[in-house]
Design a protein around this ligand. Sequence first.
Ligand SMILES: CC(C)(COP(=O)(O)OP(=O)(O)OC[C@H]1O[C@@H](n2cnc3c(N)ncnc32)[C@H](O)[C@@H]1OP(=O)(O)O)[C@@H](O)C(=O)NCCC(=O)NCCS
Length: 287
Amino acid sequence: MVGVVESWGSDCAHGWKHGFRCGILTVMSETTFHTAITYTAPNEIQMRGYPVEQLMGSVDFGQAVYLLLRGELPDAKVGKLVNAILVSSLDHGPGAPSVLGARTAASTGAPLNACVASGVLNINRFHGGAIEDCAKAILEIVARADEKSVSLEQATADVLDEYRNRKYRVAGFGHVLHTADPRTPRLFELAKEAGARGKYVETCRLIEAGLAKQLGKPLPINVNGAIAAVLLELGFDPVLMNGFFIIARVPGLIAQAREEMTREKKLRSIIPGTHKYDGPAKRNVPK
Ligand SMILES: CC(C)(COP(=O)(O)OP(=O)(O)OC[C@H]1O[C@@H](n2cnc3c(N)ncnc32)[C@H](O)[C@@H]1OP(=O)(O)O)[C@@H](O)C(=O)NCCC(=O)NCCS
């Protein structure tokens, strides 16, 4: 195996400015891996082929995230929907497990990156990380309806019966605080505007109705469930989906960790639910 040295030194391929020998050689060999995400060369960065300086100021964050994950830019309505998904999950209060993780780390004197990492580690099946499993449940029901040639209603009832027998909680439904998640109808409304409201959103609603019947009490589609249905409509792979909550939550974790660092006593006992809000009173977003 003879490698070909592409470059090193002050004009190396990494695009770094070196006043000294780089020491990292770019070698074309059997170990070379291929990537279709970002091309870099000295003074050039292209994401999925688009120069970053053209994307800056032309597309919003949601569109750029879609581009990175899917390879193509979305149309304006889909971009607006993806943006709304990201805004929906920025933060939902200091009692959320991810926020408690970030605040606990901040109270120990951890730097910002460790606070964010602590918060992200708490995004799991029952908090923020229910999107992937919810999408899989929806896909299971849709596949069952096709295979057995039964209605989506029948397939939903059958799958929910199996879940109940296994004592399996359906991801994306229920909430510790909300009996109606305010984010869900708005996401479905934007999905309709984007032409992304079909059998997956319908199945999500059928699960909600089926669970209410099964449990004898309403169990709302939470934001994770709504995101799962909408991302399926957009053709995303379930394996990627929890990433949307992670991407969205990072600014919230930074804000919460910073507030903990600047307002609270170090190493305090953080008791969930004991906080008192003293921010701005409810106001409307300017039109
Ligand atoms: C969010 C969640 C943890 C809230 O739990 P909770 O406060 O204990 O829920 P409730 O008190 O309203 O309901 C308790 C009962 O309702 C039922 N229930 C609640 N959520 C359920 C779900 N997703 N699927 C099926 N049954 C559920 C169970 O019978 C439960 O009884 P159990 O404790 O004996 O198992 C729970 O609804 C859940 O696990 N949801 C799925 C995970 C999820 O979507 N997480 C993201 C939240 S944004």
